[in-house]
Design a protein around this ligand. Structure first.
Ligand code: IVH
Length: 678
């Protein structure tokens, strides 16, 4: 045997063994160890080798049987029609080639009408209805046999138990069960609080929830379902297209995905792909791509299937959100309030559309929970714009030299002792403003847009100012000269004088901004505003007791304690005094509120516009009302202040009258605008 062939044979055997093991972990144990993208790569490699070396064919190869063997505990269900899977394309070129293949086969160059759907990242199910009633639900399994999970599926609110009128004698509906993101996050939070293991991702959460032998457990899980196809049907209407089939399912009471659209030609599909990719993070559930399906059933029939997938459909995958890489080191970063956060330094990896080389590890508890060690192979996840996270360790790839990660014995930046708050996971540097990291971070916060809003004072400049010891506390910013600023790296004379002006301009601020800028622990914008509204001036706040602070709405004992502690610290009082001495000032809250109220007489009012107006468009009317501080909203509710009803006003007017809400006609609106404008 030539040496090449021996090598190929060995590789094929090794890939088969690995894939068998991953299948087992994924389908049977619900404990996948590697990301889907890595699994796909192994499978693709095997498929390619098997094509090149047909002599090594094996009917038991993982390439021949995608999916899971059936678990003993659930009854086995044989699908009357096999549950197929989808071919994939990853690029625009591959999508164009897919479309061209179909045109060639149909021997028709006309644009194909497709139905575009999100590719939901959950678990495929088949649900059988007999005489309009839920009869049985099954997993896809290996495509021909699945598991009977009726008891579990019955608990999912989105799954109808009896159908609306118009049901056929027998109907098998296919769709995807998934866990919406909000449910996934709240479930994981609770699991952590109970000391249980959280799920790695929503897909695992859905799989784990459906695999429960006790359906009472499933019933507690926030599962949802969308339908995407009909399997067996007898005695129903004649359906001629995917789109019509989906409408029919909706009419029977099934939940259809609102993103489903018909598209003309592959270019219509590609536009859909782009659109959905942009909206991916806002959908509220996970998708890993989109699916293009030939709409016309007759054409689907003509095109047929190859092995396990139909020719008439394809998934167009998004870049993977989870990838595998190596953890090179863990470094500790010190934040504004001294909190020490472990950050993973990674072998750079392309995930979620960008190259990632750092990921957060949150805190020491998280490191312990993951049992992550330096040198480990880890799974990194980057979804949307969320900070990349290490979500799991691939233990089987742990090198012998992997090292456990120890909590910092002292502050990694200033060497001050660290402490751990009672019952909390976070380690903290005790150095305060002695610590240059805390100084830098608190200055960045002080200068930020929602705080003192110092235009042009970015992170890099703050770091230089601290490193060159030009600035220690925020008050020092106001003593900086143009020459000092001009001496900084990459700082021209002109930008130095602009920055100096911006620093001076920031002195005129407001009390809420000033309080927020101080960087008191747990005091965000909203709390700063509550504090400013509660106390006549800063002195009154400085003198407030913990009990007095706790009386304020939205302020609990923890925040009250932090606020009190902050103002009890003489160093902080000194900084506040220096800021005021430097000229930082604000109008009294009363004056500030009076001036906004005068300019915005309709502030706090919610207005609905309906019908058409003679003297202006609805948009123009809305603009005028907004200029006076009103919020213009689309629908009438108990919270609506008044409704402006023009000609041909419809249901909104009816509803306003029913709720007893003030209604103005056009003359009334003009009179109001006139009065308030003057
Ligand atoms: S149609 C013949 N539509 O993707 C095609 N599948 O690899 C059968 N999936 O097992 C599937 N969203 O779990 C279809 N809108 C969608 C889908 C979808 C997700 C999953 C499904 C299936 C797998 C196919």
């Amino acid at each position: 045997m030539p040496e090449n062939n021996t090598k190929a044979h060995q590789r094929i055997d090794s890939l088969r063994a690995q894939l068998h093991e991953h299948n087992h972990r994924y389908y049977i144990l619900d404990q996948p160890e590697i990301p889907d993208a890595e699994y796909d790569r192994l499978l693709q490699e095997l498929l390619a080798l098997e094509t090149d070396y047909p002599e090594y064919f094996d009917p038991n190869s993982p390439s021949q049987r995608v999916g899971s063997p059936v678990l003993d505990q659930f009854a086995t269900v044989t699908h009357e029609l096999p549950m197929l899977s989808l071919g994939n394309v990853f690029t625009e070129e591959e999508a164009l080639a897919f479309d061209q293949r179909l045109k060639d086969r149909l021997d028709d160059e006309q644009e194909i009408t497709y139905v575009c759907e999100p590719k939901l990242d959950g678990i495929a199910v088949s649900i059988l209805y007999e005489k309009g009633r839920f009869a049985r639900a099954a997993t896809r399994g290996d495509g021909s046999q699945g598991e009977d999970i009726s008891a579990n599926v019955r608990t999912i609110p989105a799954v109808p138990l009896s159908l609306h009128n118009g049901w056929p004698e027998r109907l098998e509906v296919r769709g995807e069960i998934f866990m919406p993101l909000a449910g996934f996050e709240s479930y994981n939070k609770q699991a952590l609080a109970r000391g249980e293991k959280p799920f790695i991702n929503p897909r695992n959460a859905a799989a784990g929830s459906l695999r429960q032998l006790d359906s009472k457990v499933t019933a507690q899980r926030p599962l949802d379902m969308y339908c995407y196809a009909i399997g067996v049907i007898s005695g129903g209407p004649v359906l001629t297209s995917q789109f019509a089939a989906l409408q029919y399912l909706a009419s029977l009471g099934f939940k259809l995905n609102s993103e489903v659209e018909r598209a003309t030609g592959i270019h219509g599909c590609l536009a859909y792909y782009q659109r959905l990719q942009r909206r991916r993070a806002d959908l509220g559930y996970e998708i890993d791509g989109v699916v293009y399906k030939v709409d016309d059933f007759e054409r689907q029939r003509l095109l047929g299937s190859i092995s396990r997938s139909p020719r008439w459909a394809s998934a167009h995958k998004f870049p993977a959100q989870e990838e595998m890489t190596q953890l090179l080191a863990v470094e500790f970063q010190v934040g504004r309030t001294g909190a020490i956060t472990p950050v993973a330094r990674l072998e750079p990896v392309f995930v979620g559309g960008v190259t990632v080389s750092n990921a957060t590890l949150h805190n020491m508890d998280e490191i312990e929970r993951l049992d992550v060690r330096t040198g480990d192979t880890v799974i990194v996840r980057r979804a949307g714009d969320v900070i990349p996270q290490v979500v799991a360790v691939v233990e089987s790839r742990r090198p012998a030299a992997a090292e456990t990660i120890k909590p910092p014995g002292k502050c990694p930046v200033c060497g001050s002792p660290v402490s751990r708050d009672e019952g909390a996971a976070v380690y903290r540097c005790s150095g305060g403003l002695v610590c240059s990291a805390q100084r830098k971070e608190s200055l960045k916060h002080f200068a930020s847009r929602k705080a003192m809003d110092i235009d042009g004072l970015g992170d890099k400049l703050v770091e230089q100012l601290v490193e060159r010891e030009l600035v220690t506390t925020p008050a020092d910013l106001y003593g900086l000269t143009v020459e000092q600023l001009a001496s900084l790296d990459r700082m021209a004379e002109k930008s130095a004088s602009n920055l100096s002006e911006a620093i001076q301009a920031s002195k005129q601020t407001s009390l809420p901004r000033f309080l927020y800028a101080l960087g008191i622990r747990e005091v965000g914008e909203a709390t700063a505003l509550s504090l400013a509204n509660e106390f006549a001036d800063l002195d009154a706040l400085l003198g407030a007791s913990v009990e007095r602070l706790e009386e304020i709405n939205d302020i609990g004992p923890v925040v009250a304690h932090f606020v009190h502690e902050f103002f009890a610290n003489p160093d902080n009082l000194q900084v506040i005094q220096s800021l005021q001495d430097a000229g930082v000032c604000w109008p009294t809250r009363q004056a500030e509120l009076r001036s906004t109220q005068a300019a915005q007489p309709l502030a706090g009012q919610s207005v609905v516009l309906t019908g058409s107006l003679d003297t202006m468009t609805r948009d123009q009317a809305a603009q005028k009302l907004q200029n006076l501080g009103a919020k213009v909203v689309a629908s009438v509710s108990g919270k609506t202040s008044f409704v402006v009803a023009g000609e041909k006003a419809g249901s909104k007017l009816v509803k306003a009258e029913a709720l007893g809400i003030t209604v103005l006609d056009e003359a009334g609106l003009l009179a109001l605008l006139d009065r308030e404008d003057s």
